[in-house]
Design a protein. Structure first.
Length: 167
């Protein structure tokens, strides 16, 4: 279909919808029984620079009956390719080489996310709580008393350390 008479932004939108539709069909055709689950990780691995929500809105595979949605959540969408989708893939659509994330890849990304949350907690939340605790009056009093005692007892502490070291 000739789209040269259309404005560039409409032409770009239609081309993007065609690419997403062909990608979706290429992804589903290589899955067992033609059923596949698409989430943000699948889009990231295949370098689709878009969010899952935008991808679902732009693709035309479900609109034209090439694929049917079996389950949809905010995090993923599960689709099944139809006979018309198989025919469209074989004769009309552009074939894309798609990648699927492995189980190990999903686990490693999950562990990485947990580590990020843990370090965020350690360096931000715990740090803020320590600052709040040290700014309290009791903590300042205890630190002041420790400083005064260490100044008064510095000679005794030094002698004690030298005796222990010389043993």
């Amino acid at each position: 279909m000739d789209r040269s008479y259309l404005p560039w932004y409409i032409r770009n939108s239609l081309d993007t919808a065609d690419i997403y539709t062909d990608f979706l069909l290429s992804f589903l055709i290589h899955k067992k029984n033609g059923i596949g689950k698409i989430d943000q990780l699948v889009l990231d691995i295949n370098k689709a620079d878009t969010s899952l929500k935008l991808f679902i809105e732009k693709q035309n595979a479900t609109k034209y009956g090439y694929a049917e949605i079996t389950k949809q959540t905010d995090k993923y969408i599960k689709l099944k390719i139809t006979e018309s989708g198989i025919t469209h893939f074989k004769y009309i659509s552009v074939k894309y080489r798609t990648k699927s994330p492995t189980f190990i890849k999903r686990i490693s990304l999950y562990v990485l996310k947990l580590m990020r949350k843990f370090w965020s907690f350690v360096f931000i939340s715990a740090n803020n709580n320590i600052k709040i605790m040290l700014e309290s009056g009791y903590a300042k009093l205890i630190i002041f008393i420790m400083a005064v005692l260490s100044f008064i007892l510095k000679d005794e502490i030094r002698i004690l350390i030298f005796k222990w070291w010389s043993k």
